[in-house]
Design a protein around this ligand. Sequence first.
Ligand SMILES: Nc1ncnc2c1ncn2[C@@H]1O[C@H](COP(=O)(O)OP(=O)(O)OP(=O)(O)O)[C@@H](O)[C@H]1O
Length: 240
Amino acid sequence: MTGPGIRLDGSGTISGTALFRHLTLELVPGGWTCLLGPSGVGKSTLLRLIAGLDTGVTFDGTITASDGQPMAGRIAYMQQSDLLLPWLDVHGNVMLGARLRGDDPDRARADRLIDRLGLAEHAHKRPAALSGGQRQRVALARTLMEDHPIALLDEPFSALDARLRSEMQELSSETLKGSTVLIVTHDPAEAARLANRIYLMSPAGLEQIEPPSTLAIRAVDDPEMLRFQAELLAMMREVA
Ligand SMILES: Nc1ncnc2c1ncn2[C@@H]1O[C@H](COP(=O)(O)OP(=O)(O)OP(=O)(O)O)[C@@H](O)[C@H]1O
């Protein structure tokens, strides 16, 4: 199953002041769209608008899925802070979505994910006993558990070291195959590896940037990808 294309078209104001003027963001159906830009420009706000969550922003516009179906109930959302429940262990947090919906959680899938995210030996620990990177991987596992056609990921790998980050990118790409993914990242190397489409957000709006021509997910030593990430960093420095 391929996730739908998603189109956000409109402008946003906070207390009467423009956060972003009219812009159009189009997510690749069944692919990865990366959103980069300076801190505070409004990236998380766009993600939360698509997720249908509170933002503090008055949005004037439309958000639509290409299949014409409502998005509610079809989105897995991972926000910047991990939002783990402190009284549940890793296992309980990973299965939280099903529990909240009153469904029977798929324990075997949770075990597989916990194992593949390198958390098996921590499965019975509570969040207070985990490092920042471990907590982020629990939040990632909880998001990947959802198996929805749309995934919105707000800096999902930011607390991970380089080795883990590259492995989690690969695992996420594999697990979310066919889903429509929007990822907010500050890392040009991450966008260069994962993106089917790239937007650079600045106070002037959204600029679409052509990703490398090689197929995502790109190898960590893909020469075109490596060249591209340097170019993207230069563009990010220019808009900051
Ligand atoms: N609930 C809110 N009420 C009022 N202002 C808000 C609210 N949420 C965010 N903002 C403001 O909106 C602007 C955009 O915030 P947002 O979190 O979308 O930025 P961002 O590009 O994701 O930043 P970062 O890269 O630092 O996470 C910021 O100036 C922020 O202070």
